[in-house]
Write a protein that binds this ligand. Structure first.
Ligand code: AMP
Ligand code: ZN
Length: 115
């Protein structure tokens, strides 16, 4: 995906602060953080959004949650807690069309839309 900013981060064509990387997944700090800890976890495979997931991606998504668990511990937010958000499509407010999981923590988070 030539014009995808996150694909460019994966290829090191755009700088970022990477906190985790393996063969399939990369995580980096959000450039416009909404909390003291704001990290984006993404698959290296370009998947545009949650609605573009395929059956074959099930294992990958499970791995992403294991990486989120690891990063939460690495960042020291595992005990006090954090939030994971996936924005999808126009109504969901998705700006970057490469599937990403926001990890937000490091403070008491406001505005719960659900729950
Ligand atoms: P979303 O609204 O869910 O699509 O979130 C996209 C997120 O990507 C926003 O929080 C942006 O601040 C973040 N973002 C956009 N460009 C970059 C970049 N080059 N490096 C890190 N984060 C970025
Ligand atoms: Zn991409």
């Amino acid at each position: 995906m030539e014009d995808c900013i996150f694909c460019k981060i994966i290829k090191r064509e755009v700088p970022s602060s990477i906190v985790y990387e393996d063969g399939e997944i990369i995580a980096f700090r959000d450039v416009n953080p909404m909390a003291p800890v704001h990290i984006l976890v993404i698959p290296k495979k370009h998947i545009s959004s949650l609605v573009d997931l395929e059956k074959d991606d099930e294992l990958l998504i499970g791995k992403i949650y294991t990486v989120i668990n690891k990063i939460a511990k690495q960042e020291g937010i595992d005990e006090k807690g954090f939030r994971v958000i996936v924005n999808c499509g126009e109504d969901g407010g998705q700006e970057v069309k490469h599937l990403h999981f926001h990890i937000l923590g490091g403070k008491k988070l406001g505005v719960k839309i659900c729950g």
